[in-house]
Design a protein around this ligand. Sequence first.
Ligand SMILES: [Zn+2]
Length: 509
Amino acid sequence: MNRILIPALLLSILSGYSYGKSPKLVLQVTVDGLRADLIKRYASHYGENGFNYLLREGVVYTNAHYLHANTETIVGHTTLATGATPAVHGMIGNVWYHADTGELGYNIEDATAPLIPTRKHSRKGAQLDPAQTRARSSGRSPLGILVPTFSDILSKSTAGKAKIFGISGKDRSAVAMAGQKGTAYWYSTDNGDFQSSSYYMEQYPDWATSWNGKRLAEKMAGQKWALLHDASHYKLAQQDDRPYEIDLKGYGRTFPHPFGALQHPLFFTRVLVSPEGDRLLLDFAKALVEAEGLGQDDVTDYLSISFSSVDAVNHFFGPSSLENEDVVVQLDRTLEELFTFIDQKVGLDNTLIVFSADHGMADMPEYAIEQGKDAGRLYSDEVLAMAREISAELFDSENIVKDFFRPFLYLDGVALASKKLSRKKASAAIARALAKKPGIGGAIPSQEAMASEASGIAGAIRNNIHPQRVLSVISYRADSANPVSKPSVSRFAVPSATPGSKILATALS
Ligand SMILES: [Zn+2]
């Protein structure tokens, strides 16, 4: 097994649903960051009809793995949506090089598709997602996805009659699954509403306006995230108060976690970093299914629901925390409520459920150290500094290294040209030196990775590079010494956790 890949559990449920007739509804449920082993770890807590419904009635793929190296949210979701690797669908990372502007940008950003405001006045919440901070506009659309999604093909095969929706706590998770033909809505950490962009609509339908008008997220003001059961029932009861957990400026490291005042810049983020984030999404899903009449006729409809709270909790508390145990256990109840609702409205006999994670999650480095592993934190700015130091040593210029956004390091075409350096040689030399640095699992020039026929990590990296997009970066500061026929940006993949190497810190993906 390729150890860089974190297994994703994939379940298809065909309960009662018989082959030969089309389902009225395809319900694709994705749980962001739900590492496969976590489902088993907490199994003693589950009710009959959440995870257990899927495990009992479904086809369970226990040895399913992503074929790509950069197991991040947009990459995994687009792979689930299209069945293709990022080398084909183009979503190679949460952040990648946008040839049209010559800058790094956010995966689904689209300045021509601005967000539609859900209310007249809205405060701006604090942004903790480093990928979002690279977005050059707030507009969002699926146009960066280069192949059709399953939902696009469903639309085509039903002559546009299928109703198609993707909803999530995260924009990228909603947009990828809805494809070009569906409609996406996602949670706003500015105001707790579910929002969309002008790519999908000119204005919100009445039901969405009315749902947002309930201001359910705001009702969490002054409330707390408390454990579902008594602490003594939990496997990880002793793993609540650990110095390396991130307390979100007063959300705290231990239960109960207070959401605080509505005015706090992290208030709506804290709600997402709790089981309430998944419950809000469920409530929005119910309103959508009712108002849009999903699964009510013989044309197969599609609804993707991507739950984000497990991932959010993992990022701040780690996947081996009491917070993780409780958010997964409470998700089990949320899933049960979802399946019960779908049974009442559509009938589970008429519904095909597909369930998966978009990626797993490494344990926090400090926890891994406690477990006797060789681990540590390495931040992006440290990798960038290392690469610049190498460049200065090798080529007497640190400017050759343009930028780093994990897992890709970018070289500067102009700086290379001014030093009369070949991109190929410079990439190879920097990669070789970088791979020897403490904390780096490996580094490989993109050209080398693309030419590789190897399996394992090299194969997973190859599957994660879109040749056209690597070629498309040619326009990046193209000049006479850096002709358009050669890529002017090199990418090195730095695996996040390889055997024998230290573990890179994970930030919000
Ligand atoms: Zn994710």
